[in-house]
Design a protein around this ligand. Structure first.
Ligand SMILES: [Zn+2]
Length: 257
């Protein structure tokens, strides 16, 4: 009988909170060659975002790139009929907020809003364009890879929403948010989980209360703590590992690229 395959990213995810002694604390920036990071550093400014703060709105010119350190934000768009926010991307220390900028879009096409407050590195778009003019420029290349992973993961989430049950999808989101925040406790409300996960709010509250009774999480006063990630990994659907693989794949093979 075959042994169940161990998820290849399990060890890395567990270890990540202890690995935050990096230069910037954002994985894209910390994946840059040292000389490139030194070249960009003078143009960077560390900024702090409050809960519910809007980073960019649809139609606004993109004048900065923001690289989260411990802020967790989401990009969303309204569907035309229901005015319901639809999640496009949720992003923390492995990503960048205005990722569509590298696809030659000069203006925001989604609204980016902070869920869990924290810090980010801000890079003016002029400095980005001047220092990263080519598709092979190190930071631009990383952002293109991030954009590719984002599109793949959006497609996976669509399939997941159709195929997998609420417990599996909720476990996927909780593990993902913990990964992106780099910590097991973060600020998030049931309503925000419902919106980013495309699950009805009553179903979120019901599933979370069951998770809480089972000792998997603790949820109170707009904060959530993942208590037993290894048990959530037994509940989560395979989409989580696919998505994590894509997210981590952004940073692979860069040394030889
Ligand atoms: Zn799934």
């Amino acid at each position: 009988m075959l042994e169940p395959q161990q998820p290849p990213y399990e060890r890395e995810r567990r270890a990540r909170p202890e690995q935050h002694s990096l230069l910037f604390g954002n994985r894209i920036l910390d994946s840059l060659p040292p000389k490139e990071a030194e070249r960009l550093a003078p143009a960077m400014r560390r900024v702090f975002f409050q809960r519910d703060q809007t980073i960019v709105r649809p139609g606004e010119p993109i004048i900065f790139l923001h690289f989260p350190v411990d802020v967790f934000a989401w990009s969303w768009t309204e569907t035309t009929e229901t005015q319901r926010p639809t999640s496009v991307l949720t992003v923390g220390h492995r990503g960048v907020v205005e990722w569509n900028r590298v696809l030659a879009t000069g203006r925001g096409n989604t609204c980016a809003t902070v869920i869990s407050p924290g810090a980010a590195w801000r890079l003016p778009i002029d400095a980005f364009e001047q220092t990263q003019p080519l598709p092979t420029s190190p930071l631009r290349r990383l952002l293109l890879r991030f954009a590719n992973a984002t599109i793949l993961n959006a497609a996976c989430r669509l399939a997941c929403n159709a195929e997998h049950n609420i417990d599996q999808r909720l476990a996927r989101w909780l593990l993902w948010v913990a990964d992106e925040c780099g910590r097991m406790e973060f600020a998030i409300t049931h309503q925000q989980i419902a919106e980013i996960a495309a699950i009805r709010r009553p179903s979120v509250s019901l599933a979370l209360s069951q998770f809480q009774r089972s000792g998997l999480v603790r949820s109170q006063h707009g904060r959530l703590r993942v208590l037993q990630p290894e048990r959530l990994e037994k509940i989560v659907c395979p989409c989580y590992w696919f998505i994590l693989n894509n997210a981590d794949g952004v940073f692979k093979n860069e040394s030889g690229a």
